[in-house]
Design a protein around this ligand. Structure first.
Ligand SMILES: [Zn+2]
Length: 274
């Protein structure tokens, strides 16, 4: 690899196989390594760009911002840093979008915002995204990427687990399909709430999916875990994830699912057996 500042940004190294990739190719290939197929993380904005119809995403509720109820040490400076880094006010972006012309209620997590952690704002946004789908008769798509609940918000963040799960039930009552896409990582409080009760659960290859992280499992002396423990492949084998979908196929898969599962919403016909 040529060295020097002029070349900075032209190459990236795959975090899995360590091979060198042209930045332009890497971005064009949706940050998937062409050598080993490793799916590197995507920002919320990049995810929106490669998932929904071009220019169709209309963000809502962007101004919601948390308050430091617990006066948790260093929370607000860290939060401010995340706002500056991502240009978002919290770890989830929601809005209306289209998939091959079909309207959907969409939510996408930003792992770069404090590890995608779910506090009161992320929980409220996920809830609004689900409720909007139920009220307006749009399929709901949530792309998850989170380390779990936000510890700096204590119990208030754990309440979001119950709140978002109840919102999924509203979709069910309205006959609105809810599709969750688990990306690396989907852990703890997010996995154990709205994400795992979706009608269809897709995951990206090798995404870390689990409840307690590897360090916590080790502390709990879970020593006999299989080598693929807490990966998309492992939870797929156990039936927790319906299908593993490569990033380049994700948009097409979502379109097919929305077309099939949301047909009754577009034609006004009742669901069979509903
Ligand atoms: Zn690689």
């Amino acid at each position: 690899m040529p060295s020097g500042e002029a070349d900075a940004g032209r190459f990236v190294q795959c975090t899995s196989c360590r091979k060198t990739l042209f930045s332009a190719d890497f971005e064009h290939e949706l940050r998937v390594c062409r050598f080993c197929g490793h799916h590197h993380r995507l920002s919320a904005r990049d995810r929106i760009a490669c998932t929904f119809d071009e220019g169709s995403f209309e963000e809502t509720d962007a101004g919601l911002r948390t308050v430091d109820v617990l006066k948790f040490p260093d929370y607000m400076p860290k939060h401010e840093q995340a706002v500056t880094k991502t240009g978002m006010n919290d770890s989830v972006m929601i809005g209306r979008a289209k998939l091959d012309g079909m309207p959907v209620s969409a939510g996408v997590a930003e792992f770069g915002f404090m590890g995608g952690s779910m506090g009161v704002v992320a929980g409220e946004k996920v809830t609004r995204c689900l409720e909007r789908g139920a009220e307006e008769g749009m399929p709901v798509i949530m792309v998850c990427a989170s380390g779990g609940a936000r510890m700096q918000e204590g119990l208030s963040s754990l309440v979001q687990m119950a709140k978002t799960t109840v919102a999924v039930e509203r979709c069910r009552e309205a006959g609105v399909p809810f599709i969750a896409v688990m990306t690396d990582p989907t852990m703890a409080g997010v996995l154990a709430s709205y994400a795992s009760v979706a009608d269809v659960i897709l995951a990206e290859p090798k995404a870390m999916i689990g409840f307690a992280g590897a360090r916590v499992s080790k502390q709990a002396q879970v020593v006999k875990a299989p080598s693929d423990f807490q990966t998309a492949e492992w939870v797929n084998k156990s039936g927790m994830v319906d299908r593993i979908v490569e990033r380049r196929d994700m948009r097409g898969t979502l379109i097919a699912l929305v077309r099939a599962l949301g047909a009754h919403l577009r034609t006004g016909k009742a669901l069979v057996g509903a």
